[in-house]
Structure formats: structure tokens, C-alpha cells
Design a protein around this ligand. Structure first.
Ligand code: 5AD
Ligand code: SF4
Length: 473
């Protein structure tokens, strides 16, 4: 889009945001007369942390309009699903859950049903909702979040269904209210969108072009988070390593984490996701030198075979990836590595898949997010021949998971007897807590709930494949 890279076209103008503040108070007044006890909203988020972070902004705006939050759709006056399009399974779940709202809405005619997020940004999905789910009141895509007050106003005042699926390269709305409920942990988006067009992936089509927040906005938010008690801040973006290119702000990701590391206070800095093609020695050096940066690198490899990587349009080879890993381990011997893997990409053979198994053994990941390839309409891979059956791919998938289980078991066993500094989190088990290490590994231990949100020293006493047990020092 011409002129898109100019700063003023990426950032939503203050006048537009002020207009939304006016709609917020109009909706607030309307709702106050309809619901004397304050209206209730149920917000459910599917998919990645980017969506979770968006939902914090959606909830922040809903709260300003007068909503309080409930844990079940039955108790809600407004139900909102923030959806994910990355795999077919996620989309099927959304359709199932929207279907389940129908009988609730039949009993409660005034209830509003709102669908938003990546799945809605696809025309064929929005059309299907329009046709087959007439009880859905509002549908909007990923580019319209900051206009939620105006869209709700239209629904409430005119009683009409609203569909807002604008096509757009993507913008940034600064200063939206944010409702955070993760205790001492916080998400901090630093960039949006993706320019990489990995051939299997829908994200660049539904989230628009890569665009970065300004460093001063990010630093101000990081300082506010630390001042309000955040102890674990995760910087978010589809490809954080290419932070700062658009608009060109003269600060790259390595220098951004150095600046956040310089903020006074006792807190941990995490980030995701990193793309190997943009992960530089400079970044690994910055990680190694910044004491507050967690010893965890999530560096999705997707496949260990060079032909498959090229077909995926990943723009690195197995050898380049392993070179990065070797350098990262040299600089940070205690580094915990995790990855995403796709099994059964179109045309992948069993021999090619075995290259992925050998790669995961060579790297020794702490854990993996593994996925069977899912065809996404509109992507390049969707038109590639895909002769291997789902049943066969499932067997390969199990083989990969078994290999990873052995690696993880060895790793957790090696932690027994060692002491780790962890941030304490709640645990579902009565009397128990969980601590998250710098490497993002959980340790369960018995302790007082007053420790939640604090750092503690925990000695690992026992290891099972996926769970570690410990005691407080
Ligand atoms: N099929 C399966 N997995 C996918 N991912 C992205 N697109 C697809 C797809 N079409 C996985 C990738 C990515 C993670 C977030 O989801 O591994 O890193
Ligand atoms: Fe999808 Fe690739 Fe962008 Fe990640 S880097 S969001 S896998 S296109």
C-alpha cells in the first residue's frame, strides 16, 4: 500500500481514539438504564498470546462501558469469542461453541453475541456466520478492536447486526484501556502482523503487515508495569526479531531488550516468537549480557529437512539453525530451548520427517509445540499435492512426541538436586504452588499462598517427565 510506511498512517490518529471515548460513554449510559446491576460479559479467547493480549484490550474497553466479567456464558449479557484461524481444529471448536450459545440466547433474547479475531478476518467465515448463525449480533476482524465502542453503540441503538471486516494493512492504536488479570505476569505487545508468508500460515493474511510500536511507548508501558508490580513481562510479536523495521525507529530488538533491561526493579523479561531467519548473534549476545532476560529461547524450527524448509518458505537451512543454537548454547550454557514443529507438511516424506526427529535430538529441547499440518484456504501450501494420509501423519506425530518425551525426561532428571529462582504462581492442588524458572519450566511445591507473585528459591527434589517437584529453601 503506497505511503503505508509513513508513521502517521500506521498509528490511529488521536481524534479517532477520542471519538471512541465518546461512544464509550454513550454505551455506558445506555447500559446503565437497561441493567441496574451492571451488565455482565463473558470473554473467551482462542489461540496464541497475541489474541490473549488483544482480549485484554477488549476487556479494558468493555469495563469502561460498564461491564463486569463472569465465568460462564449463561450468566452473561454479552458473550464475546476472540477466535483463532491458525489450524482447522481451532475453527471447528469456535463453530461448535457458537452453536451451543443458540439455546441460551433463545431463553435470554437481549443477550449480545460478538465474534472477533483472526478467524473472522476471513471472508468465507464471516459469510458463513452471516448466513447460518443469525443470532450473532456483531462480527469484527483484527483491525477494528479500537472501534469496539462505536460498533457496540450501533448494535445497541439500531438493533441491527453489524459486520466490520475491513481489509487493511494494519494499524496500531496506542493508549487503549487494558484489563490485565495475570497477577505478576504481563503481556507487552511490541509489534503486530507478519511479513513472512510461510507457505502454510494464515497469519499474514489475517493480521496484516508487520508494524512496530515506537520504543518510547513500549518503554513507558514497561515502566508502568514494573511500577504496578509486574515481575515477569513477555514481549509479544509474530516475529519479535524484526522489531523496529517499520516504522524505522533506529532501535532494533537487541537494543530494545537492553533498554528494558535497564529499567530499575526485580523482574524477568521474556519474548516470543522469534524467527530463526532474523535471530542474530547480536540478539543472542544481548540476551546473554542482560541479567533480567530469561534463559529461555522459543525458536520455532518447523522442520529439520532443508527441502521441506524451502517449501515452507522459512528462508534458513537446518545447518544455519543449528549454528544459531550452538552459538546460543555457547553464550548461555543454561539456556532452555523450545520450538514449534509441523508434521506432515504437503509432500513431506517419512525420510524427511526423520530429519526433524534427528534435529530435535541434536538440539535437546525442553519442550515442543507439535502440530499436524492443517490446510488453510488462501495459503500457498493449500494448493500443493498432499498425498500422505492423516492416519500416517498421526503415526509420525506420535513418533516425534515419543522422541521428545525421552529428551524431556533426561532434562528434568538432570535438574534434581539443583536450586532455581522461580516466580510463584497459583496451583489447582490445595496447599500447593507452582514456580516458573527462568527457563520457563514449572516446579510444583507445597507452600503458603502468600508467596504468589514473589520470587522464591526452590530445590528440585523429584522429576517426572513433565512435572518437577521441589521444596522451598
Ligand atoms: N498447520 C499446522 N500448524 C501450523 N502452524 C501455523 N500454521 C499451521 C498450519 N497450517 C503452527 C506453526 C507455528 C505455530 C504458531 O502454529 O508451527 O509456529
Ligand atoms: Fe506464520 Fe511464518 Fe509469520 Fe510465524 S513467521 S506468523 S509461521 S507466516
Amino acid at each position: 500500500m503506497s505511503g503505508y510506511s509513513e508513521k502517521n498512517q500506521i498509528f490511529i490518529p488521536p481524534a479517532e481514539l477520542e471519538k471512541q471515548v465518546k461512544f464509550t460513554s454513550l454505551v455506558h449510559t445506555m447500559l446503565a438504564s437497561r441493567y441496574p446491576d451492571s451488565p455482565k460479559a463473558f470473554v473467551h479467547t482462542y489461540g496464541c498470546q497475541g489474541n490473549v493480549s488483544d482480549s485484554e484490550k477488549i476487556k479494558g474497553q468493555l469495563k469502561k462501558m460498564g461491564y463486569s466479567f463472569v465465568d460462564s456464558p449463561e450468566d452473561a449479557d454479552l458473550v464475546l469469542f476472540n477466535t483463532c484461524a491458525v489450524r482447522e481444529h481451532a475453527e471447528d471448536r469456535v463453530f461448535g461453541n457458537v452453536g451451543a450459545l443458540k439455546p441460551i440466547k433463545e431463553k435470554k433474547k437481549d443477550m449480545l453475541i460478538v465474534l472477533c479475531g483472526c478467524m473472522m478476518q476471513q471472508k468465507h467465515i464471516a459469510d458463513r456466520i452471516k448466513r447460518s448463525y443469525p443470532y450473532v449480533n456483531l462480527v469484527f476482524g483484527t483491525f477494528a478492536i479500537h472501534r469496539l465502542p462505536e460498533m457496540l453503540y450501533t448494535v445497541l441503538s439500531r438493533g441491527k447486526r453489524v459486520f466490520e471486516i475491513e481489509e487493511n494493512a494494519g494499524t496500531i492504536a496506542e493508549g487503549l484501556p487494558t484489563e490485565r488479570d495475570r497477577g505478576a505476569k504481563a503481556w507487552l505487545p511490541i509489534m503486530y502482523g507478519c511479513n513472512n508468508f510461510c507457505s502454510y500460515c494464515i497469519v499474514p493474511y489475517v493480521r496484516g503487515r508487520e508494524r512496530s510500536r515506537l520504543p518510547e511507548d513500549i518503554l513507558a508501558e514497561a515502566r508502568e508495569l514494573v511500577a504496578s508490580g509486574a515481575k515477569d513481562i513477555t514481549l509479544l510479536g509474530q516475529n519479535v526479531n524484526s522489531y523496529g523495521k517499520n516504522p524505522d525507529c533506529g532501535v532494533n530488538f537487541a537494543s530494545l531488550i537492553r533498554q528494558i533491561n535497564d529499567i530499575e526493579g526485580d523482574f524477568v523479561i521474556r519474548f516470543m516468537t522469534s524467527h530463526p531467519k532474523d535471530c542474530t548473534y547480536e540478539l543472542l549476545d544481548a540476551m546473554a549480557e542482560c541479567k533480567k532476560v530469561a534463559r529461555h529461547l522459543h525458536l520455532p524450527v518447523q522442520s529439520g529437512n532443508n527441502r521441506v524448509l524451502a517449501e515452507m518458505n522459512r528462508k534458513y537451512t537446518r545447518e544455519q539453525y543449528l549454528d544459531l543454537i550452538a552459538y546460543a548454547k555457547k553464550r548461555m550454557p543454561d539456556l532452555s530451548l523450545t520450538s514449534d514443529i509441523i508434521v506432515g507438511f504437503p509432500g513431506e516424506t517419512y525420510e524427511e520427517f526423520l530429519d526433524t526427529v534427528s534435529l530435535i535430538k541434536e538440539v535437546g529441547y525442553t519442550s515442543l509445540f507439535t502440530f499436524i499440518y492443517s490446510k488453510r484456504e488462501g495459503t500457498k501450501a493449500a494448493s500443493m499435492p498432499d498425498p500422505v494420509s492423516y492416519k500416517e501423519k498421526s503415526k509420525w506425530f506420535k513418533e516425534l512426541c515419543d522422541a521428545q518425551e525421552e529428551i524431556a525426561a533426561r532434562r528434568t532428571a538432570s535438574m534434581v538436586g539443583k536450586t532455581y529462582r522461580v516466580l510463584v504462581e497459583p496451583n489447582d492442588r490445595e496447599g500447593w504452588l507452582t514456580g516458573r524458572t527462568s527457563g520457563n519450566i514449572s516446579i510444583d511445591f507445597e507452600g503458603d499462598a502468600a508467596l504468589i507473585g514473589q520470587f522464591a528459591e526452590i530445590e528440585v527434589t523429584e522429576a517426572k517427565t513433565w512435572i518437577l517437584y521441589g521444596k522451598k529453601k
